[in-house]
Design a protein around this ligand. Structure first.
Ligand SMILES: *[C@@H]1O[C@H](CO)[C@@H](O)[C@H](O)[C@H]1NC(C)=O
Ligand SMILES: *[C@@H]1O[C@H](CO)[C@@H](O)[C@H](O)[C@H]1NC(C)=O
Ligand SMILES: *[C@@H]1O[C@H](CO)[C@@H](O)[C@H](O)[C@H]1NC(C)=O
Ligand SMILES: *[C@@H]1O[C@H](CO)[C@@H](O)[C@H](O)[C@H]1NC(C)=O
Ligand SMILES: *[C@@H]1O[C@H](CO)[C@@H](O)[C@H](O)[C@H]1NC(C)=O
Ligand SMILES: *[C@@H]1O[C@H](CO)[C@@H](O)[C@H](O)[C@H]1NC(C)=O
Length: 319
């Protein structure tokens, strides 16, 4: 092999190694192939390709980097899996993040699909330590697109769930279909901003659970929830009072909303709240004018009527 070729080859190797070991950004003309990763600066999150559970398909996603059990918090191509390790992420000439498969380089599998006026391409995508993948204009530093505005089934600290009236953007969680399929499932967690805003879990278009009406209480223990409701925005968010804690709020594929914290010493996720939990939680469990008694286990009936009403034998179930 001639010397120049050898030199070129080894410098490419070095370049490739440096790139795949610790990069948190991609810019125009750079690519992330299956097997490459973006790693956030403090090592909190990774972006790359994965196959969930027993699935053979490949998805582009973001997961916790410090958690041994791979835990995905965001999926780009949730309904368009890639067959084999042919996926490649890049920024196209219009400044959009695009995901292609070698099998079809013409039509992207997924795209951020935002219209960026400037085609002079100073656009950079960066994976932040919050788990947010942000596409921004490097000169003005203005954000063009961010994954926190397009959640999958997981709400991370710093993310807003709800409506921005100025842009019309509504952010909500949609469950996976199963443990091995991150495709759009049947359950969603949404804030209904009308009147007194309330949080609902929907099964399709029917709601099966609702949280407390506005104004909401915040339970200060680790999860420090905050709520904003003004002319511009209606949203819920949370921060973490212990910065070393790794936790997440997620709507699982069976429709349960879970608050989960990573327990390093046990090497597993610990669920510390799951909703609907009590038989009274599902919306309308006892039917119209019914009252549900969460202490029902100590009595004979869990449902009772408000004074002046009789039990209805065709009472509604969960749905
Ligand atoms: C990207 O690649 C094209 C073709 O090789 C080149 O013309 C262009 O200058 C590159 N852009 C940047 C920002 O490096
Ligand atoms: C995936 O690839 C395999 C082997 O190339 C092929 O048999 C299969 O039909 C493909 N599946 C899809 C959904 O494209
Ligand atoms: C991009 O957005 C436009 C309008 O918002 C929509 O019509 C189009 O289908 C989208 N394309 C992709 C690839 O998602
Ligand atoms: C979603 O609901 C439909 C209609 O009942 C059902 O056919 C489908 O299997 C459900 N999907 C999942 C992933 O549970
Ligand atoms: C709503 O947005 C407008 C324009 O961005 C701003 O001037 C105003 O202060 C905002 N109001 C609230 C309550 O945040
Ligand atoms: C909880 O969040 C609010 C608003 O974001 C903040 O002002 C407060 O300091 C936080 N409290 C704790 C204990 O972190």
């Amino acid at each position: 092999m001639d010397f120049r070729k050898l030199f070129l080859h080894s410098s490419l190797l070095v370049l490739h190694f440096a790139f795949s070991s610790s990069k948190d950004t991609i810019t125009i003309n750079q690519t992330i192939h299956d097997g490459d990763f973006l790693i956030s600066r403090e090592n909190n999150f990774a972006l790359g390709f994965f196959s969930p559970g027993s699935s053979r398909f490949r998805y582009l996603g973001i997961w916790f980097r410090k958690v041994r059990e791979q835990t995905v918090v965001w999926v780009a191509n949730r309904d368009d899996p890639i067959n084999g390790s042919s996926g490649v992420l890049s920024i196209d000439q219009y400044g959009n993040l695009v995901l292609h498969s070698y099998h079809n380089l013409k039509v992207p599998v997924w795209s951020t699909n935002v219209s960026v006026e400037a085609t002079d391409t100073c656009v950079v995508a960066q994976l932040l330590d919050t788990g947010n993948l942000v596409l921004f204009d490097d000169r003005s530093k203005s954000t063009v697109w961010e994954s926190f505005d397009h959640p999958t089934d997981t709400m991370l600290p710093g993310m807003k769930l709800g409506l921005d009236r100025r842009t019309g953007m509504n952010r909500f969680l949609i469950s996976w279909r199963s443990a091995a399929d991150p495709g759009t499932g049947n359950f969603s967690l949404q804030i209904n901003p009308k009147g007194s805003p309330q949080v609902f879990i929907y099964w399709g278009t029917k709601y099966i659970w609702r949280g407390f009406p506005w104004p909401w209480k915040s339970y200060a223990y680790i999860f420090n929830a905050s709520f904003v409701n003004n002319q511009n925005e209606t949203y819920a968010a949370y921060s973490v009072s212990d910065a070393s804690a790794i936790l997440r709020l997620m709507l699982d594929y069976s429709g349960l909303l879970k608050k989960i914290i990573w327990q390093e010493k046990d090497g597993k996720w610990n669920e510390f709240q799951s909703t609907p939990r009590s038989p009274c939680d599902p919306y309308g469990h006892c039917g119209t004018y019914g009252i549900c008694d969460p202490e029902f286990l100590s009595r004979r009936f869990e449902c009772d009527c408000l004074p002046g009403y009789e039990p209805n034998p065709q009472g509604t179930g969960i749905f």
